[in-house]
Write a protein that binds this ligand. Structure first.
Ligand code: ADP
Ligand code: MG
Length: 823
C-alpha cells in the first residue's frame, strides 16, 4: 500500500551527537536530548456520529484498527472504468462513537504525561470542515462533559504537578492562529498584553523555534489556564465575524510550555517541553469548486499549507532526505521543532460517516495512513542552568581541595599549595631548571601536577632563551646569512666570493669553510651551548683586563686550605695551571699550551660533531684539566659512598636503640608487676635491666658520633661537588675555545694568533679579527672602553655598531683572504 519510512534514525542520531558536543563544550543553556525508543506517528481516525451512516461503504474491522471503504463503480465515473473501488486502511485506532473521555485517554493522555518528563508532543486534528476537529480539540466550551483534549490536557498537567512536589514546574501557554499565511495572537486582547507593534515573525535559535511577538502566559493554576483558553476561543469566533472569515479556514495552535527543575537536587539540569495542540484548517479540496476572490485565496493557502505539512512530515520519514522543507509555509515553520523528529506525535483524522462525503473521507484516510508510517524518536529536552552549574562546580572544587588536603596530611606532605603559581614561584622553578641543567642541582622534587607542568614549561623557556642567546652570540662573532635569504646569498655569490654551495671560490678541496651560516647544532646534549659562548667571551675579556678567571683565586684558596680531597701536589697543579693560564693569557695564546697542537692532522672540510671533537680534546689540550676533573669526581664519589655507609650505620644504631628501649620498657613493666623494691629511697633493679641501660647509653653515644661524622661528610660532599662543577665548566669552556680555533678560524689567522703573531687572542670576537685591520682594532678597543662603562643599556647600541662595521668589512676581508690563499 505504501512505503515504510525509516528515515528517523539518522536525523536523530545526528541531533544527539550535536547536543553531546554542546554539553561538553559550551555548557550554557542549550538543549540536550535523551533518546527514548523509536516510535511511529500515532494515527487515529474519529468518525463523526450520524444517523445516515454509509454501512455498505464503510466497514470497521474487529480489531478496532481497520477501516475498509467500498465505492460503487457507477457512483463515480459511470459503469465502465478501471478505477479502484476498494481500500483498506489500518491505523492505530478507529474511534467510532467514542466519548470525549475515551478519545482523551487513547489519543492524548500519554503525550501529556511524557511532556512532563521532557518530551515534546504534538497532537493534530486533520479533516474536512465540520468533521469534528474543533469538537475533538476544544470540545463544547459550554458543556464540561463534552470538553475536548485541550482543557483535559491542562487539567492533567496541573494534576501531575501536584503529584510531584519534588519538582518546581512552571506552565505557560500561548495561542496562535495562522490565517492566510498571517500570524495572529489569540491572546493579545488580554489587558496586560498590549497591542503588538510589529507583525509577528517566526524566529529560530539554538534553543528552538519561537514566535516573536506572540504573548506567552504564565499560569499557576488550572483556572487561569482555562480563562486563557476561553479568551482565545472567544477571540477565534469574534475575529471570524469581524474579519468576515471562515473560522474553519485557519490553523490554530495552542501551546503548553512546561519547565521542570528538581527542588531536592541542586542539579543544574532542567527539562523543558512543549505540547502543541493543533486544530488544522479544513482539508477539503476547495480549489476544485469554482471559488473566486477571497475564497479562492483562502483555498490556495489552506491547500498549500496542508500539502506542505504532508511534504514535511513525509520528508522527515525519508532516510535519504537531509533537507526538510519547513520554511515553505508558516504552519510547518512554526511547528518545526514539534513535528516528528524527537517528539511524540499524534494525528487525529476526523471523518464523516455519510456517503456524500466519501471522497474527502478517502483523501483524509490516505493522509492518515501516510502519517502513520513516519517514525519519530522522542527525546528529552534537557537544558543546563549555567549559573547553577558554576555554583555546583565551585562546591565540588572546594570539596576536592579538602580531599586533597586530607590525602596530603595522610601522606605526610604538608604545605602543598595547589593554587595557580605566582611570579615568584615560577621564577624559583626557572632557577631550579637552570641549576639542574648546569648540574648543580641533582634532581627536581615532584610536588604536584601544576609544578610538574611548570617545570616542563620552564625547560622550554630556558631552551628557547639559550637558543636565542646562542644565535646572538654567533651574530656577534660571524656575519650570519639566513639560508632562506636568497637576496643576501646571491649578493655574496655575485661578489664572486662563494660558489652555489657556499664554498669559497678558488679554495682547495677540503679547505673550505662555511659562508658564515650559523653552525647550529640542534642535537640534544648540548645543553649550555650559548652559555659556553658567553663564557668564552667573558673569560677572554676578563683575561685581557687581567681580572679574575671563572675559577677565582678566592675559590682556589679555599680549596687548597680546607680540604684534603686532592693530594697537595695535585691541588697545586690545579692552581698552577689556572694561575699560568691567567698569566699566559696576557702574553700568549692558549693554543700554544699544548705541544700536540703542532702535530694536528690537516683540518677536515666540515667540522666534526662536537661529541667526537670533545673526545679528541680530552686527549689533547684538555687532557690535564680532564684528569683533574676525573680525579675530583672520583673523590666526590668516594665521599658519597662513605656518606651512604654512615647513613646505613646510623639507621642500624637507631634500630638497635629502639629495640633496647623496648626491652627496657618490658623489664620495667615486669618489675612493676612483680612489686618494686626500694632501699633508702633508691630503686633496686636487676642486672639485666642495668645492662640494658648501659647498652642504651653506649648506643646513644655511638649514634651522636656517627651523626657528627655524617654532617662533616655532607659538608665535604657539598664542597667537593662545587669543585667538580667548576672543573666541568672549565673543561667545557676550554673545549669551546679549542673547537672554534680548530675548525672555524682560518689557518692564516691561526698563524697570526700564534706567539709572535700580530693578533692577541681573547681581545674580541674572532670574527672581528677577521674583519678589522690594525687601525680598526685600536678603534674597537677604544670603543669598547668608552661604550661599556655606560652600563648594560649601551650593549645593543654597541652590538649594532659592531655589526654594521662587520658588514662593511666582511666582503673586503674575504677578498683579502682569498688572495692570500691564491698566493
Ligand atoms: P470542524 O472543526 O472539523 O470544522 P466541528 O468540530 O466544528 O468541525 O464540528 C462540527 C459540528 O459537529 C459541531 O457542531 C460539533 O458539535 C459536532 N460534532 C462533531 N463531532 C462530534 C462528535 N463526535 N460528537 C458530537 N458532536 C460532534
Ligand atoms: Mg473547526
Amino acid at each position: 500500500m505504501a512505503t515504510v519510512y525509516t528515515g528517523w534514525q539518522q536525523r536523530c542520531r545526528y541531533s544527539v551527537a550535536a547536543n553531546a558536543a554542546v554539553r561538553l563544550g559550551e555548557g550554557s543553556c542549550l538543549p540536550s536530548a535523551k533518546m527514548g525508543s523509536r516510535k511511529k506517528v500515532h494515527a487515529f481516525v474519529r468518525v463523526r456520529p450520524t444517523d445516515d451512516f454509509a454501512h455498505e461503504m464503510i466497514k470497521y474491522g474487529d480489531d478496532n484498527k481497520t477501516i475498509d471503504i467500498h465505492l460503487k463503480k457507477d457512483t463515480r465515473r459511470g459503469a465502465v472504468n478501471n478505477q479502484q473501488t476498494d481500500w483498506s486502511f489500518k491505523l492505530d485506532r478507529v474511534l467510532h462513537d467514542a466519548s470525549q473521555d475515551l478519545v482523551y485517554e487513547i489519543v492524548a493522555k500519554d503525550v501529556v504525561s511524557q511532556a512532563l518528563n521532557g518530551f515534546n508532543g504534538t497532537i493534530m486534528c486533520y479533516g474536512q470542515t465540520g468533521a469534528g476537529k474543533t469538537y475533538t480539540m476544544t470540545g463544547a466550551t459550554e458543556n464540561y462533559k463534552h470538553r475536548g483534549i485541550l482543557p483535559r490536557a491542562l487539567q492533567q498537567v496541573f494534576k501531575m504537578i501536584e503529584e510531584r512536589p519534588t519538582h518546581a514546574i512552571t506552565v505557560r501557554v500561548s495561542y496562535l492562529e495562522i490565517y492566510n499565511e498571517s500570524l495572529f495572537d489569540l491572546l493579545s486582547t488580554l489587558p496586560y498584553v498590549g497591542p503588538s507593534v510589529t507583525p509577528m515573525t517566526i524566529v529560530e535559535n539554538p534553543q528552538g523555534v519561537f514566535i516573536k511577538g506572540l504573548s506567552v502566559h504564565l499560569t499557576s493554576q488550572e483556572e487561569d489556564a482555562f480563562s486563557l483558553l476561553f479568551e482565545g476561543e472567544t477571540n477565534r469566533i469574534i475575529a471570524s465575524h469581524t474579519m468576515n472569515k471562515n473560522s474553519s479556514r485557519s490553523h490554530c495552535i495552542f501551546t503548553i510550555y512546561v519547565e521542570a527543575r528538581s527542588r531536592t537536587l541542586s542539579d543544574e539540569k532542567y527539562i523543558t517541553s512543549k505540547i502543541n495542540l493543533v486544530d488544522l484548517a479544513g482539508s477539503e479540496r476547495l480549489g476544485k469548486s469554482r471559488s473566486e476572490g477571497r475564497v479562492l485565496k483562502e483555498a490556495t493557502y489552506i491547500n498549500k499549507s496542508l500539502s506542505f505539512l504532508e511534504q514535511a512530515i513525509i520528508a522527515l520519514g525519508d532516510q535519504k532526505r537531509d533537507h526538510i522543507p519547513f520554511r515553505q509555509c508558516k504552519l510547518t515553520h512554526a511547528l518545526k521543532d514539534s513535528l516528528g523528529g524527537n517528539c511524540n506525535m499524534v494525528l487525529v483524522t476526523n471523518i464523516y460517516g455519510e456517503a456524500a462525503q466519501l471522497e474527502e473521507t478517502l483523501s483524509s484516510l490516505r493522509f492518515a495512513s501516510r502519517m502513520k508510517l513516519v517514525t519519530t524518536e522522542p527525546a528529552i529536552n534537557e537544558k543546563y542552568d549555567a549559573e547553577r552549574m558554576v555554583k555546583n562546580l565551585e562546591k565540588e572544587l572546594a570539596l576536592l581541595k579538602q580531599e586533597l588536603a586530607i590525602h596530603d596530611s595522610l601522606a605526610n606532605r604538608t604545605l602543598v599549595n595547589y593554587d595557580p603559581m605566582d611570579e615568584i614561584q615560577i621564577a624559583e622553578i626557572n632557577s631550579q631548571v637552570r641549576r639542574y641543567l648546569e648540574g648543580t642541582l641533582e634532581e627536581i622534587d615532584i610536588i604536584n601536577l601544576r609544578q610538574i607542568q611548570e617545570v616542563f614549561n620552564q625547560f622550554r623557556v630556558v631552551l628557547s632563551q639559550q637558543e636565542q642567546a646562542l644565535e646572538s652570540a654567533l651574530r656577534r662573532k660571524y656575519t650570519l646569512i639566513d639560508k632562506n635569504d636568497y637576496a643576501a646569498i646571491s649578493a655574496v655569490q655575485k661578489a664572486g666570493l662563494v660558489d652555489v654551495d657556499g664554498h669559497l671560490v678558488g679554495e682547495p678541496d677540503g679547505q673550505g669553510f662555511g659562508l658564515g651560516v650559523a653552525p647550529f647544532s640542534t642535537k640534544p646534549g648540548k645543553k649550555s651551548k650559548s652559555k659556553k659562548m658567553f663564557k668564552e667571551q667573558l673569560s677572554s675579556s676578563a683575561r685581557k683586563e687581567g681580572a679574575s678567571s671563572p675559577l677565582s683565586g678566592k675559590d682556589l684558596d679555599v680549596s687548597a686550605s680546607k680540604t684534603q680531597l686532592t693530594p697537595s701536589s695535585k691541588d697545586g697543579d690545579v692552581k698552577d695551571m689556572l694561575v699560568r693560564d691567567r698569566e699566559t693569557s696576557n702574553t700568549e695564546p692558549l693554543a700554544s699550551d699544548s705541544p700536540k697542537e703542532e702535530l694536528r692532522p690537516p683540518r677536515p672540510s666540515t667540522p666534526p660533531a662536537k661529541p667526537v671533537a670533545f673526545e679528541d680534546f680530552k686527549n689533547e689540550r684538555g687532557s690535564e684539566i680532564n684528569r683533574i676533573f676525573k680525579e675530583n669526581k672520583s673523590i666526590l664519589n668516594k665521599r658519597r659512598k662513605r656518606a651512604s655507609e654512615t647513613t646505613q650505620r646510623i639507621n642500624a644504631i637507631k634500630r638497635e636503640i629502639d629495640m633496647t628501649k623496648e626491652a627496657l620498657n618490658l623489664q620495667k613493666s615486669l618489675r612493676e608487676q612483680q612489686g618494686e623494691y626500694e632501699n633508702k629511697g633508691l630503686m633496686i633493679i636487676d642486672e639485666e635491666e642495668f645492662l640494658l641501660i648501659l647498652k642504651l647509653k653506649d648506643l646513644k653515644k655511638q649514634y651522636r658520633m656517627e651523626y657528627q661524622d655524617l654532617r662533616d661528610l655532607r659538608a665535604e660532599i657539598q664542597y667537593c661537588q662545587h669543585l667538580v662543577d667548576q672543573c666541568r665548566h672549565r673543561l667545557l669552556t676550554e673545549f669551546d675555545i679549542w673547537y672554534n680555533e680548530s675548525f672555524f678560524v682560518p689557518e692564516d689567522l691561526q698563524m697570526a694568533l700564534r706567539p709572535g703573531g700580530s693578533i692577541r687572542p681573547g681581545m674580541m670576537p674572532l670574527s672581528k679579527i677577521v674583519s678589522l685591520g690594525e687601525d680598526d682594532q685600536d678603534r674597537f678597543s677604544q670603543l669598547q672602553q668608552t661604550m661599556l662603562p655606560e652600563g648594560p643599556d649601551s650593549v645593543s647600541f654597541y652590538n649594532a655598531k659592531v655589526k654594521m662595521e662587520q658588514k662593511h668589512n666582511y666582503l673586503k676581508t674575504m677578498m683579502g683572504l682569498q688572495q692570500a690563499h691564491r698566493k
